[in-house]
Design a protein around this ligand. Structure first.
Ligand code: PLP
Ligand code: ZN
Length: 558
């Protein structure tokens, strides 16, 4: 049994909590948050955590539900924190972690807000609610509402992919499809709720939603502590770790508002001392927070007609959430940045092909933002970075894949009953994949570097790859196989890359084979002169993105 109160952000007035009361009784403000008796909760919670399952309710004393019903639960929260080893190698940052929110009950971090809100509504005896959504919120609410026997009216824009709308309907919610911007949808939903006297989700103003989101901060700190071991606090006792950066694609801003509160509470309780720099990534065609941030404005100008294909990120009117986040960023560091739809789709490909994680375009935007900040030197090689990764690729709309993503195998149809003859099958397959792929040799003495380059090439599927582990092998390999391209490391023991180049260029049989040099260190002037005219391009290790590298390879081989 926890005790908590609701404090107004505008006048500090404190009251008891009831989900249906949305305004401060003293000043009428809708911006309020929960506070808990932290000093009282901290020792008890710390003692009990080890025995509790790793899900969102392990922090139940810090959630505004007195007796959360176990029967409503579906394993919400407790998602894995996965080290992005390959992305890390590609970017030259070893501490990149993916908070894999895809592994929640409906595959998005909106499950947290839905789980806590529905539990609170159930406890208060509320049986009907309204939510406006770009898709994922309505899906999460629908699932939890179905379990709780609560009726949901889901207002969505007509841009929401049809598969998502059907999923909402499948859970038994009433889908109301509105042709208009997301901000208009929110307004219509609010009017509908008001007219009918129904409970209504208000994004970042919904107390239970903010509380649900903050559990991402708690879990992340616990998981990083498992990964790296505890820190020592100012008083000599152990503390949880916090990341240097938390990155999320941002629309209304609920997620980061909640997460910031989570880290604040960890400090309040003495569990952790750090606070990450928050990064909000918006789609370029709908980036009111980014514009305001870059112009150092206290309030964001609304974007009236968002121009992005990423409907999840189409909140044009960020309102007060921007102000709260800006304050946070001015105090602790952090920033807003935008990326194009194109960059987001490309990041989806990189994430899927490098890490085996398929996320929806909105999460692609978060990763595109990561790439941008690493490239700009804002995120440093040793920084600990956590990225919120959410959403299934179920709506992998044609736009994301482009054409040519599948190859058709049509088997001869003469004998419909019989299994296809083996030669028929092989013949069909060889039409699908040519026998000869471009041949690429990789010469590098570090296994990790070879593995990374191989992986980047294989992510496109169509290369025959040879590897050499030193300079001598490299010369022999190239003379034997005559590859279409050599990717050559300069710094190898005994026979180094320069000597390999000399040997190949002095033999007319191999002199014409193009070479990309990859190097871990800054080259001296003399070394650069030595390479002039000898190679096609020079790539700095840890500094190239798979996309650039592949473009280079393709343009050379073509
Ligand atoms: C909801 C959502 C966002 C935006 O989150 P906010 O915290 O509401 O700004 C970003 N990405 C995905 C996948 C989402 O579902
Ligand atoms: Zn007030």
């Amino acid at each position: 049994m926890s005790s908590f109160s609701i404090v107004c952000l505008d006048c500090n007035h404190s009251t008891r909590y009831h989900p249906a009361e949305i305004n401060c009784p003293q000043c009428g403000s809708q911006w309020r948050e929960v506070t808990y008796p932290y000093k009282e909760i901290a020792p008890k919670l710390k003692a009990e955590l080890a025995q509790r399952p790793f899900d969102l309710w392990r922090f139940r004393e810090l959630l505004p539900v007195h007796n959360p019903l176990p029967t409503l639960r579906m394993g919400e929260g407790g998602t894995p924190l996965i080290r992005a080893v390959n992305l890390g190698e590609m970017l030259g940052c070893e501490n990149i972690f993916i908070k894999d929110e895809r592994q929640g009950p409906t595959s998005s971090f909106k499950d947290r807000q839905a789980a806590v809100t529905i539990a609170a509504l159930k406890e208060a005896g509320i049986t009907e609610m309204v939510a406006a959504s770009t898709g994922n919120v309505a899906i999460a609410y629908s699932a939890f509402a179905a379990r709780a026997g609560i009726k949901l009216w889901a207002f969505v824009t007509s841009l929401v992919p049809a598969v998502k709308m059907r999923e909402i309907a499948l859970y038994g919610s009433q889908v109301v499809k509105v042709t208009g911007s997301y901000d208009q949808v929110k307004q219509i939903a609010a009017e509908f709720a008001e007219k009918r006297g129904l409970y209504h989700d208000r994004g970042a103003r919904t107390i239970t939603s903010v509380e649900g989101m903050k559990t991402i901060a708690f879990e992340t700190a616990e998981q990083l502590t498992d990964e790296f071991g505890p820190l020592t606090g100012a008083d000599g006792t152990p503390r949880w770790r916090t990341p240097d950066w938390y990155i999320q694609a941002i629309s209304g801003g609920l997620g980061p508002v909640g997460i910031a509160k989570g880290f604040r509470e960890l400090r309040e309780m003495g569990f952790a001392e750090g606070h990450p720099k928050l990064v909000g990534i918006q789609a370029e065609g709908c980036a009111p927070m980014v514009h305001a941030w870059k112009q150092n404005l206290e309030k964001a100008e609304p974007v009236m007609s968002p121009k992005t294909h990423i409907e999840t990120l189409a909140t044009g009117t960020p309102g007060r959430a921007y102000e709260l986040l800006r304050k946070e960023m001015l105090e602790f560091g952090g920033l807003f940045e935008s990326v194009t739809d194109e960059e987001s789709f490309r990041a989806m490909h990189v994430l899927a092909k490098m890490e085996g994680i398929s996320a929806e375009p909105a999460s692609g935007a978060a990763f595109a933002g990561l790439f941008k900040l690493v490239r700009a030197g804002i995120i440093k090689p040793t920084d600990v970075v956590v990225i919120n990764c959410t959403g299934h690729t179920m709506p992998a709309e044609p736009l994301v894949l482009g054409s040519g993503w599948a190859r058709n195998v049509v088997l001869p149809a003469e004998q419909p009953e019989a299994l296809p003859q083996e030669d028929g099958l092989l013949a069909a397959l060889s039409r699908v994949a040519p026998d000869r792929f471009p041949r690429v040799a990789i010469a590098d003495d570090t296994p990790d570097a070879r593995r990374l380059i191989r992986r980047i090439l294989q992510s496109q599927g169509d290369y025959t790859i040879f590897e050499a582990t030193n300079g001598k092998e490299a010369i022999e390999l190239v003379k034997r196989e005559h590859p279409d391209l050599l990717i050559l490391d300069l710094m190898m023991p005994e026979v180094d890359g320069f000597s390999v180049l000399d040997a190949l260029k002095s033999d007319p049989e191999t002199a014409q084979i193009p070479v990309i040099v990859s190097t871990a260190k800054e080259l001296t002037k003399d070394e650069k002169v030595r390479l002039q005219g000898q190679i096609q391009s020079l790539m700095q290790k840890g500094d190239f993105l798979s996309d650039d590298f592949l473009e280079e390879v393709k343009s050379i081989i073509r």
